[in-house]
Ligand binder design. Structure first.
Ligand SMILES: Nc1nc2c(ncn2[C@@H]2O[C@H](COP(=O)(O)OP(=O)(O)OP(=O)(O)O)[C@@H](O)[C@H]2O)c(=O)[nH]1
Ligand SMILES: [Mg+2]
Length: 404
């Protein structure tokens, strides 16, 4: 008999496919994350209390709530556990990106700060920035837990707000997306025998969370798309760079027929590899696009133009092998760039591939890119008086894979 493997917590989250948004709770150990969760659920699902530290990630929800809460180990609790959790969270969100399932992402963060500690330093915000690295733009609500004294709570709100403002001034490239700072008391707090502070602020917190939920979903969906395109572009850059290097080297070998045909297998391999990255390799129109690119680049016009431009650099007499290498590399680079830009547009639905005259379109794109690439190659030739190695050409061309 085969024993059914026990699901891990993350597999459990991954199995959840509904409209709830996922709120990650983060904050120092003992600041009151689990107490907050229980208060919101109205039950004691999450282990809380003095000496009961949360030791693993827990997922908490009920039918009424439009969000589910993911409780984590307080970050001061154990560095190694914290590290493990961050890694698991990263894995979790990556799987959401791959499958384009926004339900697998972190949509919002409640960053809890103990309202009785009355101080906050950059390390606290550094840790918040660290946690949110994988979810840039995900809205953050700062929750000031244990805000027993209302005047203190107000002061704390201002203090934290100022701190975040300064922090964001210093980290403009990656500011913390704090949307609000909300003081709460999650559980009645007896100040003395006659005075009790009753819970408050939870309604504000849940209302704010619900209000941000739509935006959070959009942000998450947006980051999924962005990250997906980023991963695809990175793959394409390496395909184009490797093919450009290979074409340059092939071009440098003296052959009797300085013919584009010799580059055909290489270029066509590159273009199909790019189509595959975008999942477009089985479409008929992709074949049309690829053939157009090969026709425009691989054949005479573009190659001859390139050859003439480089031949006519005043005062410089380039060896045939250098010339051919530069031409072969430049054309391959441009073909790759045109291909990735075009397939990205088709993939994202920016163009309807059936309604485009690809031969004209691609000839136009070659005319756009060719002068830009040749200008750099020309500059390299001039700087070195024409005495350059194939590797130098390869390096210059490779540096242009991200050319706009
Ligand atoms: N009375 C009262 N006690 C609170 C409140 N919030 C937190 N506490 C107390 O603070 C202590 C720590 O709370 P927890 O909720 O376990 O803290 P935590 O952030 O989950 O801690 P870790 O799991 O270690 O990360 C417990 O003794 C709670 O009872 C509150 O709003 N009111
Ligand atoms: Mg806890």
């Amino acid at each position: 008999m085969t024993k059914k493997k026990k699901q891990t917590r993350y597999e459990e989250i991954q199995a959840l496919k509904d409209d709830k948004i996922n709120v990650l709770l983060a904050g120092a150990s003992g600041c009151g994350k689990s107490t907050l969760i229980n208060a919101i659920l109205g039950s004691s699902q999450a282990p809380e209390g003095a000496g009961i530290a949360t030791t693993e990630i827990g997922i908490y929800q009920n039918e009424q709530l439009p969000f589910r809460m993911i409780d984590t180990v307080g970050y001061e609790y154990s560095f190694l556990k914290q590290y493990r959790i961050r890694r698991e969270l990263a894995r979790f969100s990556r799987s959401g990106i791959r499958t384009k399932d926004t339900a697998k992402l972190i949509h919002m963060i409640w960053f809890c700060i103990d309202g009785t500690s009355r101080r906050i330093d950059d390390r606290v915000l550094d840790s918040l920035a660290d946690i949110t690295k994988d979810w840039k733009n995900v809205p953050i609500l700062v929750v000031l837990t244990k805000s027993y004294s209302q005047p203190d709570a107000q002061e704390n709100q201002e203090m934290v707000s100022q701190h975040i403002w300064h922090y964001n001034e210093k980290h403009r490239h990656h500011p913390l997306q704090v949307k609000d700072i909300i003081p709460v008391v999650a559980k009645a707090y007896p100040v003395d025998t006659t005075t009790i502070v009753y819970p408050y602020g939870l309604d504000v917190l849940t209302a704010k969370t619900e209000a941000l939920a739509g935006q959070s979903k959009e942000t998450a969906a947006h980051s999924v798309k962005e990250l997906d395109l980023k991963m695809k572009r990175t793959l394409c850059y390496s395909i184009v760079a490797a093919s450009t290097a290979a074409a340059t080297t092939i071009g440098a070998v003296p052959i009797t027929t300085p013919d584009a045909a010799i580059l055909y297998p290489l270029q066509s391999g590159m273009l199909w590899a790019i189509a595959k990255v975008y999942g477009l390799n089985k479409k008929n129109t992709s074949n049309e696009i690829i053939e157009s690119i090969i026709r425009a680049g691989g054949t005479t016009i573009a190659g001859k133009t390139a050859l003439n431009v480089l031949k006519s650099i005043p005062g410089i007499n380039l060896a045939a092998s250098v010339l051919n290498a530069a031409v072969a590399g430049s054309i391959t680079l441009i073909a790759g760039k045109i291909c990735m830009n075009t397939f990205e547009k088709v993939y994202t639905g920016q163009v309807d591939e059936r309604s485009v005259d690809w031969d004209t379109e691609i000839a136009g794109l070659f005319q756009k890119y060719l002068p830009k690439v040749l200008k750099k190659v020309e500059k390299l030739m001039k700087e070195n008086d024409g005495r350059i190695t194939v590797q130098q050409i390869v390096d210059v061309l490779k540096s242009m894979t991200k050319l706009k």
